[in-house]
Design a protein around this ligand. Sequence first.
Ligand code: ATR
Length: 491
Amino acid sequence: MARICLSLLANTLSENQRILSESSCSFAELRIDYLEPSEWSGIPQFAKDFSGDLILTCRKVCDGGLWPDDQDAKREELLLSALQGGFSFVDLEENFESSKLVAAAKSQNTKIIRSFHDFQTVPADLESRLRAMKQKGDLVKAAVMPQGMADVITLFEIGMNWTDRNAADESSLILLGMGDYGVPTRILAERMNSYLTFCSAKGKSAAPGHMNYQTLHELYRVDQIEKDWDIFAIIGNPVLHTRSPEIHNKGLQNIGRKGVYVPFTVDDVPLYFDLARKLSIQGFSVTVPHKEAVIEHLVKVDDGVKAVGACNTVLYRDGAWEGVNTDIIGFLRPLENLGEIKKHPQGLKGFRTAVLGAGGAARSAVYALVSKKCDVTIFNRTLEKAESLASEMGCQVGSLKALRKGNEKPFDIIVQTTSAGMEGPYEKMNPLDTYSYEGSEVVYDIIYIPEETLFMKDALQAGCSVLGGWPMLVEQGRAQFLLFTGEELPA
Ligand code: ATR
């Protein structure tokens, strides 16, 4: 089990005290390089008053801290006086030679963490360097910057091979990857044999990729994960914006399952599959841009994956990977559950439906609608793409320009699958801004960030029945959860 250590980064001790009491964290690192000089004299008392474990750290600018690089003597002096408070650990960088500090730490029963930071890369000699550092400290720490899946694998391999433990069978290693690629190394600190993982107070990050205590403790349960926990994942690039970890981790917790669902930013799908085997990942969700690329790694796929050519769910079954597409059912369920559709005896059959867009997301939606015998017309900025999708799925094509001007017969359902309206540069766009609604349409935007797009706002104002992408995300996740765990996602 790994601990969660809260980095205290305020410039006053009283603010740090407030942050500590808010988080209920019993393991912290006091970054005295952040403190105002007027606070220095209060450091020993701060340490005495704290009932948990405290790391004393004074990080220099060259190592990612605030302490001036040219004031080593003053730093040594400050650390020596601070140590009198009785810290559990003191962090001394790999190359910080001070016999006085080492002696003072020993006399206070303070364990020495030897550390180094690399904000650019994962050094090729990382493992041998850590082993060398171990000669000079009780624990060794490396915080490095993985540049992709290959580096993430290196980190997990070093961690999983680390066998050096103290008398209490605790690992002597603290190893973590910074940045987006490093996130799984922070959450799966236990698998990394990492003694602890760091977090920040809400809104205050000490290093790229730092998550806050609530996220690590409540959502990912990092300080409860044991060797026998199941690991599930989501892969994508980018992936950290997705809300799937909320759905799955809360679900796992609510059914009392020892399991965690971890986001992996993936730049190389084959390498990810190697890591997934090493970590015994039981199943994972797949998001943009990897829904097609995973397919060649699967021994079996369901009809949805075959028809759409995209797979959002991968399961490890009988020693091999299998693929399922739950985007289709995820798209259909919210629609079929609407009162307007439910009251129709034949469900979606025969509804005149316009689909905006002809990309990957449109493929699932069109396939789902056609499978329910909807009367589907595709509208897309690039007509040829609409034509190609329509001929493949057996439906019609319309002119987006004509639809926008209101020169098309009214539709019962309008589905929006383009990127227009999505958080970021497209957020202010509405692909049907000039459309005049009857008010009786069902309008469905599969975007879920923001929760309400301009397209949805317009349709709501016109009195339409409006669906956003969040219910779809929940429903595709619900179907995945059942496949991952064999149990229903609790309400
Ligand atoms: P996804 O997998 O999310 O569907 P995609 O395959 O890249 O992503 O498809 C994006 C869709 O959004 C396409 O239909 C695209 O239209 P084009 O085929 O003409 O590129 C559509 N799209 C993207 N930006 C758009 C915009 N600003 N206005 C209208 N349609 C847009």
